[in-house]
Design a protein around this ligand. Structure first.
Ligand code: G3H
Length: 249
């Protein structure tokens, strides 16, 4: 059986309390595909308000990042255990904006992933290559290197990890990967999972695509056999997010 379709909305550093509320009321008022799991990631400051606004809804919340230490003198950070304490079930880790702008290494992402899973969080683990790496034909090698780093810290259980393939050149650029380009890397990730994850886990792993997903391109992407959902940035701030959630209908 195909794994459950998953659509995440990464709001990044956008919006106000009131625009976030409005967006949530659009989502809770819409008819969403009951077979799709939906997770949204508002800015950290907005998470608790969003949690209240989502009461009674099946939409879950994610932090956009977290630090691996439980507590201490780490000004500006929030920890995986603080997310857990606040009943936020998901966290996005390894987003390319974290890797590029905030210099998070593969090892940092691996450490954070292991810590998040120990705090019982589920993880949207982002991987993907830059344009330069794609042009050098390195896409699959880069993604495998990023996944191997996490595997070295999380050797056993990937059941709470969703892998988001996000080619950096497609993020926020309007240049979506073609369904064939995305499918090729997703298939390589499944091959990797089949070879490296403990038996039986590759079939259940969800590999989702992110990078300029919009209402107009989501259905074609969703039809590809190895694409089991999306991580959406810009379009998750608009009512068209509903159409993306419903891409399989
Ligand atoms: O986390 C989401 C991705 O960075 C995609 O962003 O849909 O604005 O290209 P985008």
């Amino acid at each position: 059986m195909a794994p459950r379709f998953f659509v995440g909305g990464n709001w990044k550093m956008n919006g106000t309390l009131s625009s976030g509320k409005e967006l949530i009321s659009t989502l809770t008022g819409a008819k969403l595909d009951p077979n799709t799991e939906v997770v949204i990631a508002p800015p950290a400051l907005h998470l608790l308000g969003a949690q209240q606004a989502l009461q009674g809804s099946k939409i879950a919340l994610a932090g956009q990042n977290a630090y691996h230490k439980a507590s201490g003198a780490f000004t500006g950070e929030i920890s995986v255990s603080q997310l857990q304490d606040a009943s936020i079930p998901w966290v996005i880790l390894g987003h390319s904006e974290r890797r590029t702008l905030f210099h998070e290494s593969d090892a940092d992402v691996a450490e954070k992933t292991a810590a998040a899973l120990s705090s019982n969080l589920s993880v949207i683990l982002c991987v993907g290559e830059t344009l330069e790496q794609r042009e050098a034909n390195e896409s699959i090698n880069v993604v495998v290197r990023q996944l191997d780093a996490v595997l070295s810290k999380v050797p056993q259980d990937w059941s709470k990890i969703v892998v988001a393939y996000e080619p950096v050149w497609a993020i926020g650029t309007g240049k979506v990967a073609t369904p064939e380009q995305a499918e090729e890397v997703h298939a390589a990730i499944y091959k990797w999972a089949g070879e490296k994850l403990p038996k039986g886990q590759a079939e259940d792993l969800r590999v989702i695509y992110g990078g300029s997903v919009a209402a107009k391109n989501c259905k074609e992407l969703a039809n590809k056999p190895s694409i089991h959902g999306f991580l959406v940035g810009g379009a998750s701030l608009k009512p068209e997010f509903v159409d993306i959630v419903n891409a399989k209908l």
